[in-house]
Design a binder for this molecule. Structure first.
Ligand SMILES: [Zn+2]
Length: 255
């Protein structure tokens, strides 16, 4: 679909799981290109996952050790609930499996999850605080994100993944203290847009607090603003201009 009449608010409906799988993988590959473009890569850290539309306890993820900026649809791998790579010729990042498998298991509503060691997200995470409603954009997280207030090293065991999922509850994002951000969504688009705007809200609050004392938006106004900018539709829509940009700029991601 092209042009201004396309539906920006939700993923299209598909006649087959084959088409839906391809759609999700294309969105996933584009999301890695965006993460790379925004500098969210840090060595081999970071992962975005999307649930398979047919095998609901499997997810598609980036191959371990591959630069986000190079990832194509054909590079994505599929992992089952035991951590076995069932499609693709690469290893999965152990932390990706430990965290994302438990988030996907705890939240059947979640189609995609995104995590990286982006600079402002990890800087903010060291403060052990939730984001405050200091801007219109930050209201997207008002009463809809959580703090995982416990850093015990690199997440490699499923128990810690379970505890992160429990801390997240029904929210769309969690700040992993001393680590970084993790976001989820009902589409790849929503999870990834939520990550990008959350990283920027961390940057904005760090800047504002470095310069002075930000004025908070009152709770009623923050709640009303959340309804406009923080819901699933707004999160999905926010991704669309980025999709247009990255697919025009880097069409090889479809290979
Ligand atoms: Zn991490």
């Amino acid at each position: 679909m092209t042009g201004l009449l396309r539906d920006l608010a939700s993923p299209p409906k598909f006649d087959s799981v084959v088409e839906e799988r391809l759609h999700r993988k294309q969105r996933l590959a584009a999301s890695f290109r965006l993460f790379g473009k925004f500098g969210f890569d840090e060595g081999v850290a970071g992962h975005i996952t999307v649930r398979d539309p047919e095998h609901l306890n499997r997810f598609w993820v980036n191959p371990f050790g591959m630069n986000f900026k190079h990832i194509r649809v054909s590079d994505l791998i599929c992992v089952d609930h035991t951590g076995t790579v069932v499609e693709g010729d690469a290893r999965v990042n152990a932390a990706a499996f430990a965290i994302h498998s438990q988030v996907h298991a705890a939240r059947p509503d979640v189609i995609a999850a995104a995590h990286s060691h982006s600079l402002h997200g990890k800087a903010w995470s060291s403060l052990g605080r939730l984001l405050d409603p200091i801007t219109q954009d930050a209201c997207a997280f008002f009463e809809d994100h959580a703090l995982f207030d416990d850093f015990t090293g690199v997440v490699l065991d499923l128990d810690e993944g379970k505890r992160i999922a429990a801390a997240m509850g029904r929210t769309k994002a969690v700040i992993l203290r001393n680590h970084g951000l993790l976001t989820v969504g009902h589409s790849v688009d929503a999870a990834v847009w939520t990550f990008i705007t959350m990283e920027r809200s961390c940057q904005a609050q760090l800047l504002a607090e470095a310069a002075g004392t930000p004025i908070l938006i009152d709770a009623d106004t923050a709640r009303a603003t959340y309804a406009r900018v923080g819901g699933p539709v707004a999160c999905h829509v926010g991704f669309q201009p980025l999709w247009d940009m990255i697919t025009r700029e880097q069409p090889d991601l479809f290979d």
